[in-house]
Design a protein around this ligand. Structure first.
Ligand code: MG
Length: 251
């Protein structure tokens, strides 16, 4: 057990030491994302989201650490989904599709769907295949690109979904983009009164200081609960997930 935790920590540090590559390409640089896809296709039960998530969690612990929300913080996301019961969801930061699978498998409303942005073309390709393996392709649109450069896509999606704004937003991309992208959501009326905004990696060490401060100092705009946990697959690194209700009318 201790050896397995050490191996996960080593795999995490390898990614951190290669941060430049990660920021530039969205990938760790050692092929772990493609290896994950192969592993999921080979070992996870087809059309079974839970099986896909379990395989992804096991892979991230044993073979290559990945920035999924993971199995410890995942239940916080599940709880938020149960609370808001959304139909129209926006995700920023698909990576390999872990949270898209997790969210899509818990969307119960008729015609519910996620629009998920991912900057890396390779990750988009991997995520689409993993989502397909989980049997959830009809519920997830993975879009290549940065949200702030493709707001038109989000607006078009809302039009197609016949919804004035997103019911639920999951922030899980670069931490320095949480604050500016949240402001874009607000300015463009892509969130509305009652929208849920769930943010991963909001912990005191790794979280975005500006957005952390913002949610704490704007209770009239974001009614927020912080759930303390630890970083994905790393018990020794504190982390939090925040769940906020947007309380202003932007329409
Ligand atoms: Mg994350």
């Amino acid at each position: 057990m201790a050896l397995a935790a050490l191996s996960t920590a080593f795999s995490f540090l390898k990614v951190m030491m290669n941060m430049k590559q990660l920021v530039a390409t969205g990938q760790a640089g050692d092929g772990r994302e493609k290896a994950l896809l192969d592993h999921v296709v080979k070992t996870a039960e087809k059309d079974n989201p839970l099986s896909v998530l379990n395989v992804m969690d096991a892979y991230a612990k044993a073979s290559g650490w990945l920035m999924n929300i993971g199995d410890d913080k995942g239940p916080i996301l599940d709880m938020a989904l149960e609370k808001y019961n959304p139909r129209v969801v926006l995700e920023l930061g698909t990576l390999c599709g872990y949270s898209a699978v997790r969210i899509a498998s818990q969307l119960h409303k008729e015609g519910s769907k996620i629009l998920s942005f991912e900057m890396s073309a390779e990750n988009c390709n991997i995520a689409r295949q993993i989502i397909e393996h989980a049997g959830l392709s009809s519920k997830v649109d993975v879009v290549e690109g940065k949200f702030n450069e493709r707001i038109d896509v989000a607006k078009k999606f809302l039009e197609e979904m016949n919804s004035p704004y997103f019911d639920f937003v999951f922030l899980d991309h670069w931490k320095d983009r949480y604050m500016p992208d949240y402001l874009l959501l607000k300015e463009n009326a892509l969130v509305g009164n009652g929208s849920g905004i769930c943010a991963d990696n909001m912990g005191p060490i790794i979280g975005p200081a500006d957005f952390r401060k913002y949610v704490k100092t704007h209770p009239e705009e974001l009614e927020t609960s912080e759930y303390k946990s630890h970083a994905e697959y790393l018990w020794w690194l504190p982390d939090s997930v925040t769940v906020s209700t947007f309380k202003l009318s932007t329409q």
